[in-house]
Design a protein around this ligand. Sequence first.
Ligand code: AMP
Ligand code: GLY
Length: 415
Amino acid sequence: MKVLVVGSGGREHAIVDALFRSPSVEKIYCAPGNAGIAQQAECVAIKDTDVEGLKAFALENAIDLTVVGPEAALAVGIADEFRKAGLPIFGHTKSAARIESSKEFAKELMAKYDIPTAGYKAFDNYDEAVAYVEARPLPAVLKYDGLAAGKGVVIAETMDEAREALRDMLLDDRFGKGRVVVEDFLTGPEFSLMCFVEGENVYPMPVAQDHKRAFDGDKGPNTGGMGAYTSLPFITEDDLEFAMEKVMRPTAKAMVAEGCPLTGVLYGGLMKTPDGVKVIEFNARFGDPETEVVLPLIDSDIANVFEAVAKGEKPAEIVWSKDVTLGIVLASKGYPGDYAKGFVIRGTEKVDGTVFHMGTAVKDGELVTAGGRVLFVVAKGATLADAHRKANEEVAKIECDNLFHRTDIGHKAFK
Ligand code: AMP
Ligand code: GLY
């Protein structure tokens, strides 16, 4: 098979790495890719949302299978266009991707099909939204409806904060003209359950947990994720079965019933609340950085899984390693705010484990920082404690003047 992977981050590096291990893959292209991906795939300079450019490339190069990483590419209809052109693609249609791109669509779907989630109401009027929030207990959960690159959620502890956020979202249109979903505040540990989904067929991957805050102790601003691990001791087999039977499978079924079947990854951002597992959000794609800890554990040929889902067939049984993985992000100082780029990175070749590139480039023959999140170091172990120790040891081998990382990834599992 000749495979094209769309995207350029650590998630896409993990996808390329899994494909690289596949015996049925002969050639991997990645558009646009990055400096790390270039070691395992041929990078082609086409933007991930340039659907026409990507389609022309796939047709010219007789690509057998395309795998899409980022939501932005799905939201502009890459899967619809590829399918029309007879090109097999792993990724949802624009209409199915609404499960991520529209919070209100996702909330209505869950209400209609009894999928457990926080109670909510949607607003486009500022005064009505404020009146609703005033009448309810704080904190208030305010979600801008649309793709806001993870910045569209505000947990307001006070009415002043709530008013300010609603003003941003509904009066000043900071993210564009949109609506706001106001949700009940839930509590409990969060976890990510990703599944390969083809219509009503749902195949779970190992669960993982992301770490959103920038600094140790879950302090500092929210980021795109500073680390992740698999094997969560506080999520039991019963919780998983509940999540599969009451959330993931019914959601796949509901999407078929609504005429927009899923054909890619369904990511459940779930919370184990005192009233059971509930949905915080759905994503229509692989999570980042969860993918970088989950895919190294696949023992089956991932190309066959992607191909089966893309073609509406049943994949062979998917086998996962019993090992545990833990990964640490190395980010540019200043991230998630402003940061400088172009700092030389040394020592990646000394790491005993996997180094996924999130935002790197090669300049004058040297590896340099080129993004907010730069590298992701993943260690494998028989236990989480092993993986934690090893990941921290390996991160220390990387030398760069402008990177920082968390040392407490997995801390919720060690309590
Ligand atoms: P989201 O972008 O929807 O994943 O939300 C970002 C983060 O906000 C989540 O990871 C949760 O920690 C938090 N959050 C979102 N919705 C709720 C909710 N209804 N109750 C409590 N926390 C929430
Ligand atoms: N790790 C959260 C996400 O991918 O959206």
